[in-house]
Design a protein around this ligand. Structure first.
Ligand code: DGY
Length: 417
């Protein structure tokens, strides 16, 4: 028996706070949206009841308009900023007011398949929650019907301080109505976290949207940060495929047609973001109207949900190989060696097991099974060497950020099976 499997399960048990899992103790003491979807897939491998609970508890935070918030504050904690008092949202259970990548329906389909006979009764309410959320994405975050969904806050990408936001975020003022009292740097070395200036901008955006009463149309109008983003859109499309599959399985024919239409529009829009000269896909800054050319992992995530021509897939893979050359742990979240590359600072270079998981699935989908297998093995080896860290320095392999991290444990279980 592989002892790391036991350790991974132990971490998930330790981070359980009553049917939901915190990403890690103290640094992230609440339920996070996309973290929970990855965690549910981990649980689905050995405890489907607990996996359903994870998603059910997340949906307790769903808003009437369909949005599933990025944090659900089930129980108070003093170890995190910004807590519920900063967000001023109106939901019965306190939540943040922004969202996160919609991995939920990807997890739900896997869970439904793992649960087998009798699963439908438990899957259906979650399917309905997911459908409401996908409708929210298309109405609130793509009001012009382009097929690409926009983020109004870098935290919505899950890749908080990625170089992808450097130009767009620089336009956001550093002034805030809220006192910024960071707690994260009390838990983790400041060199591994976003900078103070980033935090002031993050909170400026929170203040702005709170002043809009969290109304999506008002936020859209007032947003000083608005990026039609390819990583989130690619995840939405994969989740949309899985949702369409569940709709057909449950004979929800009209809903299946509705979801298929979302998916078709997004498929075409995402493909149009391919830039052969960069050998990557690019996001679009909706305020400047320009491509986001920063070299980050997001440019490769469309592998997950597009069936690419061989020429395009080969070009992506050879670019990925060039970025990974000489690294101890792939895949870097910023192209090594460029000015914005910081191999220990959160989303500005480190390798993350859940990003590798998405890339591995995308590589397999597009016929690059050997490269997928190499990435799978190196992700497992990084965890076995350094433990279940939040992320890894790609140059040294050092485990960084929070330790005993839930989604790294879930990724280990999933990739090891
Ligand atoms: C944080 O607080 O670091 C989170 O990533 C925001 O969701």
């Amino acid at each position: 028996m592989n002892m790391h499997i036991d350790q991974a399960k132990r971490i998930l048990a330790q981070n359980d706070r009553g049917g939901y899992t915190v990403p890690t103790d103290r640094l992230y003491p609440f339920q996070w949206n996309w973290d929970s979807a990855f965690v549910a897939m981990g649980f689905a491998l050995y405890d489907t009841d607990r996996a359903y609970r994870e998603l059910e508890r997340l949906v307790e935070g769903q808003w009437a308009d369909g949005m599933i918030p990025h944090i659900v504050f089930h129980a108070p904690s003093e170890t995190y900023f910004p807590g519920p008092d900063v967000w001023h949202t109106k939901h019965a259970i306190p939540t943040s007011g922004i969202t996160q990548p919609p991995v939920f329906a990807i997890a739900l389909r896997k869970l439904h398949e793992a649960a087998g006979k009798g699963a439908e009764a438990r899957t259906l309410p979650l399917y309905e929650a997911a459908l409401k959320w996908h409708r929210w994405w298309y109405s609130a975050r793509d009001p012009d019907g382009t097929g690409l969904v926009a983020l109004l806050h870098p935290w919505e990408s899950g890749s908080d301080n990625s170089p992808a936001w450097d130009i767009a975020l620089a336009r956001v003022p550093t002034t805030t109505d809220t006192l910024v009292v960071r707690k994260d740097t009390g838990h983790v070395n400041a060199d591994m976290r976003p900078r103070d200036e980033d935090y002031r901008r993050f909170i400026h955006l929170v203040d702005t949207y709170a002043a809009c009463g969290w109304d999506p149309a008002k936020q859209w109008e007032k947003a000083s940060f608005k990026v039609a983003e390819i990583q989130t859109t690619a995840i939405l499309l994969k989740a949309g495929e899985d949702l369409e599959h569940l709709a057909s399985l449950f004979d929800r024919t009209e809903e299946a047609i509705e979801i298929a239409a979302f998916n078709d529009r997004t498929r075409k829009a995402l493909m149009a973001q391919w830039r052969p000269e960069l050998a990557r896909f690019v996001s679009r800054d909706l305020i400047s109207g320009e491509d986001v050319e920063a070299a980050t992992q997001a440019g490769f995530i469309p592998l997950l949900s597009l069936d690419l021509d061989k020429q395009v897939a080969d070009a992506l893979v050879s670019e990925m190989k060039a970025w990974s050359k000489d690294l101890k742990v792939a895949f870097p979240t910023t192209k090594p060696g460029i000015a914005s590359w910081e191999p220990k600072r959160y989303w500005r270079g480190p390798a993350w097991a859940i990003i590798n998981w998405l890339l591995i699935d995308g590589l397999k989908r597009n016929g690059h099974t050997a490269v997928a297998e190499e990435l799978r093995k190196s992700t497992l080896a990084a965890i076995e060497t350094e433990g279940f860290a939040e992320y890894f320095d790609p140059v040294t392999g050092q485990g960084c950020g929070g330790l005993g991290f839930s989604w790294t444990a879930a990724a280990y279980l999933w990739l090891e099976r």
